[in-house]
Design a protein around this ligand. Structure first.
Ligand code: AMP
Length: 111
């Protein structure tokens, strides 16, 4: 796999892993924008949301369930943001699909 996240998934780069199963890895963001900032990463190399195929989209319920579990685990179940940056115009910098789970402080308006 070619991206930083691909290398983390393959164990070639270190990361602070907080959850892992056969399909999904969750790590702490290296530059957190809030007290809780996790990255929920499907292990399959999907460049971005917009190119996810119908089979890939079947992962979404599990990703959302993992987000709920992580929100409980990290004490932000009462308020958090789950977001995807799709494409360079939206601020995507790593072209391996990932969901940001951000919380632990009052979050400002979007964009
Ligand atoms: P995006 O801009 O949506 O592509 O998000 C990429 C995120 O990955 C940013 O929030 C970065 O801080 C984060 N990031 C970059 N490299 C690493 C890394 N080695 N470990 C954990 N998070 C990282």
């Amino acid at each position: 796999m070619s991206t930083i996240f691909g290398q983390i998934i393959e164990g070639k780069l270190p990361a602070e892993k907080v959850f892992e199963n056969d399909r999904i890895l969750v790590i702490k963001d290296i530059h957190p924008v809030a007290p809780v900032h996790l990255l929920i990463i499907p292990k399959k190399e999907i460049a971005m949301m917009q190119v996810a195929e119908s089979d890939d989209l079947k992962l979404l319920p599990e990703i959302f369930a993992v987000a709920q579990q992580m929100a409980e685990k990290f004490g932000v179940a009462d308020g958090y943001r789950l977001l995807v940056n799709n494409g360079e115009m939206a601020g995507q910098t790593i072209f391996h699909l990932h969901f940001h789970l951000i919380g632990g402080r009052r979050l400002g308006p979007m964009a």
